[in-house]
Design a protein around this ligand. Structure first.
Ligand SMILES: NC(=O)c1ccc[n+]([C@@H]2O[C@H](COP(=O)([O-])OP(=O)(O)OC[C@H]3O[C@@H](n4cnc5c(N)ncnc54)[C@H](O)[C@@H]3O)[C@@H](O)[C@H]2O)c1
Length: 335
């Protein structure tokens, strides 16, 4: 199988690419390697995938020194002719679109970055799938589409038209755009709503890495909404297993081959309990700085994963303690 994984220098994209490269599939990783967070982390992931600084040159396809079946190309989703040419030349079976401008808080000051990567970039992917047909388009949506929904757990059947951030609005827009393309052009598509993903080489803008670093460096942690927040933290390996469970099974070819699935731990954790888990693993006390709710944030995320379990017999399993321990080991050596 030949698979395109966009966002391959990113957190989830890196692990997904490594999974398929390790299996022996023909993998093309694509990323613009932007500086939303430190590029050194993206380079580190690249090196683990077998790429040198040569991969930094835009538009040049380079082959991994570890996996001869894994190639990487630096490029931007918003560059329509680049995306078209890539699809025309490579003829992908599967596309896994994980590239996006992520982060809720950043969207307050940088709205256009979300419109560019998540809307313009995604229409380029959809158009390419229309003109160079693929067996399955899988793309990252987000738990944030549930926005201000008060009912928990969040089910795929819930109405979600109350986004709390522009990030969430672009992810919901992606789902709607995919629906149109699945309907008009019969492109089998699956949108995956990921819930707060964490683990080794994780995003440095997200609470798990921010908290771990602050505790280890004896710096205060900003605890939003005075700690009264719940997150359905989901370990990276569980996300990759979820993607792998779904990818070879295109949405049912009914009238509209379109599907949305939650992938989350389905066990929301109070923010303070997550901090306590880090304290336990690091054997250090956090310095807490309680503060107000951040604009764009939501009070709780909680995945109903019944659909994933029923259709694919899969459910994320990693406990918070195991996940936090793995994160700590990856950042500071063995415990
Ligand atoms: N990490 C989470 O908790 C989480 C939760 C819900 C949804 N998601 C979604 O999952 C996907 C992967 O998230 P992540 O945590 O790995 O984020 P990430 O920021 O680590 O990875 C995204 C990658 O996409 C690349 N990218 C951004 N815009 C691009 C463009 N226009 N062209 C090419 N490359 C571009 C970035 O350089 C980055 O390496 C994203 O779509 C994100 O919105 C993540």
């Amino acid at each position: 199988m030949k698979i395109l994984i966009t966002g391959a220098a990113g957190f989830i994209g890196h692990y997904t690419a490594m999974h398929y490269a390790g299996r022996g599939d023909s993998v093309v990783g694509l990323d613009n390697i932007n500086d939303y967070y430190e590029i050194t982390l993206k380079h580190k992931r690249g090196q683990l995938g077998g790429f040198t600084s040569e991969a930094m040159e835009s538009g040049k396809m380079v082959t991994s020194s570890i996996f001869p079946n894994y190639r990487f190309i630096k490029g931007d989703l918003t560059d329509k002719s680049f995306i078209d040419t890539l699809f025309k030349e490579e003829k992908f079976d599967i596309v896994c679109n994980l590239a996006a401008q992520a982060g809720v808080r950043y969207s307050i000051d940088n709205p256009y970055s979300y419109i560019q990567s998540n809307i313009v970039g995604f229409i380029n992917i959809l158009e390419a799938c229309r003109h160079y047909p693929v067996k399955h388009l899988v793309y990252a949506s987000s738990s944030s589409v549930y926005g201000m929904t008060e009912k928990t757990p969040f089910s795929e059947e819930d109405k979600c038209d109350n986004p709390a951030s522009l990030y969430a609005a672009t992810k919901k827009a992606d789902e709607l755009m995919a629906h149109v393309y699945s309907s008009l052009y019969k492109i089998p598509s699956t949108g995956l709503r990921f819930f707060t993903v964490y683990g080794p080489l994780g995003r440095p803008d997200m609470a798990p890495v921010l908290f771990m670093k602050a505790i280890m460096e004896d710096r205060p942690i900003k605890v939003f909404n005075h700690g009264n927040l719940f997150r359905d933290f989901t370990y990276i390996d569980d996300i990759v297993k979820g993607i792998a469970a779904v990818i070879n099974s295109p949405a049912p070819t009914g009238n509209i081959p379109y599907r949305i699935l939650n992938i989350g731990n389905s066990k929301p954790v109070a923010l303070m309990d997550f901090i306590h888990a880090i304290e336990d693993v690091t054997e250090k006390k956090a310095i807490l700085h309680y503060t107000e709710m951040q604009p764009g944030d939501v009070y709780i995320t909680f995945a109903d994963t019944t659909k994933l379990e029923k259709e694919f017999g899969y459910k994320p399993q990693t406990s918070i303690r195991e996940g936090v321990k793995a994160l700590y080991e990856s950042m500071y050596g063995k415990v």
